[in-house]
Design a protein around this ligand. Sequence first.
Ligand SMILES: [Cu+2]
Length: 271
Amino acid sequence: MSRVILPSIRWSRLCTSKRLHSVTSPSASWVSTHRRLYSEVRQNTPTSAQDKATVGVFTPKAAVLFVATGIGLYYYFHHEKQKLLEQKQNSLESRSVGRAQVGGPFTLTSHDDKPFSDKDLLGKWNFVYFGFTNCPDICPAELDKIGAVITPLEKEYGDIFQSVFISVDPARDTVSQMKRYLADFHPRIIGVMGDYATTKDICKAYRVYFSTPPNADPEGDYLVDHSIYVYLMDPNGQFVEAFGQSAPSEEVVERVKKEITEYEQETGKKV
Ligand SMILES: [Cu+2]
């Protein structure tokens, strides 16, 4: 900016000396006074060569160049800004494209014997977990972990969390069994179940493996092998992240907080 200020100072000095030259028929004292002033001005005014070296030349050509540079810079920064916006948009899109296609429409029954569908996931952050009530240790531990995650998050964010425990053992996990079983866990955990075909469909949609045979004996004493993931779904019902068995509850809490912040920034919405 100093280059802009310096030429303008010089410009006003030149104007002053020019004005002194242009006066006609001056009186002797006027001439004497103004000669003195003129000589002072000359002394204080850099010569053309000095001037070029010290303050640069502010010619019409320079002015045009200056304006052209300004316009060029404006378009450059405008272009850069557009590029940044596009990059941000692309990264958001690739983020959603990069996310695994997990989930889909379903209609099951809740442990309160009410229909429960994918629509019931909307408007809350959901922890979706697949397991079975006869599981000796892994499912109880994972459900405890979900409770340990929801409790501190609810304290901070309020009632915006829900967990869905989807049975992979349709033969034995009846409504009453599920209700009895979940009484020992966090109240936000909803047990849901369906028949074998529906269970198979939802497991496929959520990429969950389960080993229950189609004609399992409800009285049978069998174990079910199944995937152990807690899925985080956002308030739009979209899959966000899968937490494995090794992720401690504190880590899950921190990752969920990060996801909530990103969701709020991306959508401009709070749940
Ligand atoms: Cu289990």
